[in-house]
Design a protein around this ligand. Sequence first.
Ligand SMILES: *Cc1c(COP(=O)(O)O)cnc(C)c1O
Length: 449
Amino acid sequence: MSSQPYHFKSSPAWEQSHPLLKFMRQQNPVLWLNEHYREVTDKPLVLSFADIEEASNRLQRFAPYMQKVFLDTRANKGIIESPLLAISKLKQLLVDRYATPLPGDLWLKCDSHLPISGSVKARGGVYEIIKHAETIALGSGLLKRSDDYSSIDSPLFKALFAQHSIVVGSTGNLGLSIGIMSAQLGFQVTVHMSSDARAWKKKLLREQGVQVVEYEEDYSKAVEQGRKEAQNRQNCHFVDDENSQDLFLGYAVAGLRLKQQLADKQIKVDAQHPLFVYLPCGVGGAPGGICFGLKQVFGEHVHCFFAEPTAAPCMLLGMYTELQDAICVQDIGLSGRTCADGLAVGRPSAFVGRFMQNMLSGIYTISDDEIYQLLALLKDSEGIELEPSALAGVIGMQRMISQGTAYIDRQSLGSVSHNITHIAWATGGGMLPKEEREAYYSTGKALLG
Ligand SMILES: *Cc1c(COP(=O)(O)O)cnc(C)c1O
C-alpha cells in the first residue's frame, strides 16, 4: 500500500472547499456533475478511434476460435456480445416507488449475460488475453494473421502457451474472465483474489485448473501481490487492471457494437434524441473504456455517468478532488466494503480519471440497501436476475430526472429531455449459482418491506 499523503479525515477546511466530501464521508448518495465536461484542451488523447477498430478486428480474427471452444458464443458467430432489452415494467415500478414521472425509454444492456464469463469483464479480460496469445503465436511463426484462427485450438498451440503464464488481481469477475480464457488457451494462470471475491467464483476457477490465491485484504492488495509475483517470473504477463490500455480497448469495442444495435432497433441518437448511459464503476477500466467507445461513436450526443457504491466511491473521490489515484476511500474514513463486490475498489485507476476528464458527464453514488431493493424490483418486474454491482446503473434514469436538472439545463437539453434514451449497463450476474441469486433476492425483498 502506498503511504497516505494527507490525513483528509481531519481536515474541515478541505470539506469546506469540497462540500460533497462531507456527504460522501457520511455515506449519503450524491450526484456530482463534472465541471470539466467538454472543456477543450490541447492535450492529445493517448488512445484513438483507430485503436478501437484494431481491437475490434482482432476480436473478429479470433471469432472462429471462440466459436469452436465456447459453445455460448456460437449463436453470435464467435463475437462476444449481449442483448439490449427494454425494461418498461421496471420503469413503471420506479415511477410508482419514487413518485416521479419518468419520460423517455429505459433499456438494459445485458453484459451480465455475455458469453464466456457472464460479466462485462468478458469484453476487456478476454481481449487482453487473446491479444497476448496472438503476439506470442505470431512471434513463434506458428500463426499468420491471414490464418483461420480456429487452428489455435490444438495441442501444438497449447504447448506453446503452456510455456507462458498470466497473473491478475481481482475482486472476482476479472479473475473469472482472465482465468477461463487463459486456461482454455493453455496458459498457466494465477488469480489473486481480494476478500470481496465470492467463494463460488474461486471454486469455479480452481475446477478449470486456475491457481487461486486468496487475501484477507481488499482489491488493491490483491493487485499489488499479483504485480509482485509477475515481476519475479519469466515469460509472465501481468494483467494490470489499474493501468491496462488493452483491457480498456476491449471494453471500448462495446461502443461500435452498440451503434449497430441501436440502429437495428431504429433508435436514433442525435441532437434531438440524446443518449444517457449509466455505468457501474469499480477501478474504472470497464466504464471508462465503454464511455470512450461511445464518445468516439456518438460524440456530444451521448452522455455518460458512472455509478458507484456509497461505501466505495473511488473514482468520484479521485476526479472530484483531482487527486486521481493519489487518494483512496479509506482516506476519508470509508471502509470500501459493499455488497456490490465488483465495485469494491478503494483507489481508482491511475489513468482512467485523467482520461475521462473532459468526457464523463458525472458520477452518482448509491447505497447497498437501494442496490438490493432494485435487484428484487428488477426480478419481480422483468424476471431478470443480476449481481448487486450490476444494479448501480439501473437507478440512473430516475436520478437524472429527479436531481439532474442542472445538467439538463447546462447542456440545453430541456426541450428534448422527453426524447432521451436511457441505458443502464448491467455488468454481471449471468453465472450466479441459484443459491446466490435467491439469497440476494430475499435480502432485497426484506428491504422493500
Ligand atoms: C468489474 C466490474 C465493474 C466495473 O469495472 P471496473 O473496470 O472495475 O470499473 C462493474 N460491474 C461488475 C459486475 C464488475 O465485475
